[in-house]
Design a binder for this molecule. Structure first.
Ligand SMILES: C[S@@+](CC[C@H](N)C(=O)[O-])C[C@H]1O[C@@H](n2cnc3c(N)ncnc32)[C@H](O)[C@@H]1O
Length: 302
């Protein structure tokens, strides 16, 4: 929470040159005594350099500044906000099998984001910060040039398509997400379509990517999304599912699975669980390939 408070107050952004607590308190109109305690605490946990009474970012907090190309500032803010509130009632999820987020905020997570434009933007910036890095190698692992068009369903701020476009500039790329998300997407050279994947996914492309989407939903909801993908694809159309499959990685995903339970009444699945969800809606499983040390790509054919 100390690191999160520093992100909220833009302290790391303002400590790219060394400053005293007094200087920083004046610049940002903060309480000097409490700021001094926070700066010392951040130094103590290894997030700031300290030379006599001057404080400055180090290699860790550099990554929590707004303009660092590898910034994780919004990821940090994301994990220390509503996620943390939901975790405080984790016992509710374990007792009832329902989302503690929904119990506290009285609506599902994505509806809550939709009703709070600032939260929505912060969440998507966080996802984009992870995604930019996670999907770097995607166009090397999959040859998308064999398709005329690809649609990223639940594509957020467009990190997947941005990476694919770099290697396949002539490929028709379509991003599909909720209206308020699509409005904020700045990636150019892609088509943007807004809608709800529980209602209808447009027939726009011969391949669909569903990346980190299904893990947000329980089996019943995931089934609807997959049925709509099936309807949207032509015969022989390809579905790429990118997820952390619990059986394909070395680290244990139990805590992440609990997070999905608390936030979305969902869980992290094994590759076979994803395969049977897809086979239930008549996709054929074709093959699988590793994207990076976390994510696996499962490939299906209609
Ligand atoms: C966990 S994010 C994944 C974003 C991106 N694919 C990635 O891998 O970083 C889930 C995405 O699903 C989108 N989404 C949630 N509900 C949706 C709905 N009903 N219709 C369309 N998109 C939806 C969210 O806006 C978000 O972009």
């Amino acid at each position: 929470m100390a690191v999160s408070a520093a992100c909220k107050l833009n302290l790391f952004d303002n400590l790219q040159v060394a400053k005293t607590a007094k200087q920083l308190a004046n610049e940002l109109s903060l309480n000097e005594d409490n700021l001094l305690s926070l700066l010392n605490a951040l130094h103590n946990v290894g997030y700031l350099e300290k030379n006599s009474d001057l404080y400055k970012v180090n290699y860790l907090s550099e990554l929590l500044t707004e303009n660092n190309p590898e910034s994780l500032k919004y990821a940090c803010l994301n994990w220390s906000a509503e996620h943390l509130t939901a975790w405080q009632k984790l016992d509710f999820s374990i007792k009832t099998g329902n989302s503690s987020f929904e119990e506290i905020f009285k609506k599902p997570f994505f509806d809550y984001l939709n009703d709070n434009p600032e939260k929505l933007n912060a969440y998507h910036k966080a996802m984009y910060q992870y995604a930019k890095d996670d999907y770097k190698t995607l166009p090397d692992v999959i040859d998308f040039s064999k398709h005329k068009s690809v649609m990223d369903v639940g594509g957020g701020y467009g990190a997947v398509l941005e990476n694919i476009k770099k290697k396949n500039p002539n490929l028709d790329c379509v991003l599909f997400d909720l209206e308020k998300v699509v409005e904020n997407v700045t990636v150019s050279n892609i088509k943007k379509i807004s809608g709800n994947f529980f209602n209808k996914i447009p027939n726009q492309s011969e391949a669909i990517i569903l990346s980190r989407v299904l893990h947000d939903w329980n089996n019943e909801k995931a089934n609807i999304i997959l049925l709509n993908c099936f309807e949207a694809l032509p015969k022989n159309g390809i579905l790429y599912i990118i997820e952390n499959c619990t059986d394909k990685i070395k680290i244990d995903l139990s805590l992440l699975s609990l997070n999905m339970a608390a936030m979305c009444n969902s869980y992290e699945r094994t590759s076979n669980q994803y395969i049977s969800l897809c086979e239930n809606v008549r996709f054929y499983f074709d093959s699988e390939t590793k994207l990076n040390e976390l994510q696996t790509i499962l490939i299906f054919k209609k």
